[in-house]
Design a protein around this ligand. Sequence first.
Ligand code: BV8
Length: 240
Amino acid sequence: MTGKDAPIVVLTGAGISKESGLATFRDADGIWATVRIKDVATPDAYRRDPKRVYEFYNARRQGLVGGNIRPNAAHGALARLEREWPGGVLTVTQNIDDLHERAGAKNLIHMHGELLKIRCDVCGNVVAWRDDLGIEDACAACNTAGRMRPHVVWFGEMPFEMERIERAISAAGVFMSIGTSGNVYPAAGFVMLARQAGARTVELNLEPSEGATLFEEKIYGPASQVVPVYVERLLHGAGD
Ligand code: BV8
C-alpha cells in the first residue's frame, strides 16, 4: 500500500451519484439515451435554441433540489478519506451535482461546472441558483437580461482548473477513478498522466470503463459498497 504521506487524487463521474438517484449519461437508462448532446450540451445548441437548453438544465436542477436526493456512502467515504488521509486528498468531479460537498468534501474541483450555479455570458459573474433559469433572468452584476447560462462546461468548452488538476495528478501517490465510463476527455486521459507520475492507479466502477486496461487495480461493484471498503483498506489496510 502507498505511503500515507503521498497525496491522493480522486476522479469521479456520474456513476458515484447513481445510487443517490441521479441518472448517469451512458447507461441504458442514462441521459444521452433520451436527448442528444448536440441539442442540449454544446455552445451551438445554446445559441440555436436557448429555451431547449434552459429546459434541459432546469429539469435536472429541479430533480437535484426537489427530488429527495442525498449523498450516498461512496461520497461519505471520500469525505472521510479527505479528513483522515495524512498526505491530503483532492477530489476532481465531472459531476455537476452537489453531493460531494453535501457529504463533507472540502478540497473539491467541479471540472465540468455546477448545476446549482449560473454565469453571465457577458461579464462572467457567477451566482448560486436553485430555481428555473429563463431568458428573462438578468445578471445581478451587469444587469444584462437574457444572457445568463448554466455554469456548466459544454462539449467543445475547456474544463475548469485544468492546470491545478494536472499539477495535483503529477504529484499524486494514488489516482482513484470512480463511477466514470472513461469516454469524455480530457478527464479520461488523467489516468495516463497518473501512470507517468508513477502513481498507483485504481478504478472502482460498476463495470470496466473504456480505460480499464490502464489501471493497475480494478474493483467492480456499486460505488456505495466498494468505495467505503477501499477507503478503509487505504486508511487501515494490513500494510498490503
Ligand atoms: C474539451 C457537463 C477542448 C454537462 C460534460 C480528446 C481530447 C480533448 C477533447 C476531446 C478529445 N476527444 C474528443 C474530445 C471532445 C469532447 C469529448 O471528450 N467527447 C467525447 C464524447 C468523445 N470533450 C470535450 O468537449 C471537453 N472539452 O475538450 O475542450 C478545448 C481545448 C481548448 C480550448 C477550448 C476547448 C468538455 C467535456 C465536458 C462536457 N460536459 N458534462 C452536463 O453534465 O450536462 S460531459 C459529461 O460526461 C458529464 O460531465 C459526465 O460526467 C461526463 C463523463 O460521463 P461519466 O461521468 O463517465 O458518466 P457515464 O454515464 O458515461 O458513465 C457512468 C459510469 O458509471 C459507467 O461506467 C457505469 O458503469 C458506472 N456506474 C453506473 N452505476 C454505478 C456505476 N459505478 C459505480 N456504482 C454505480 N452504482
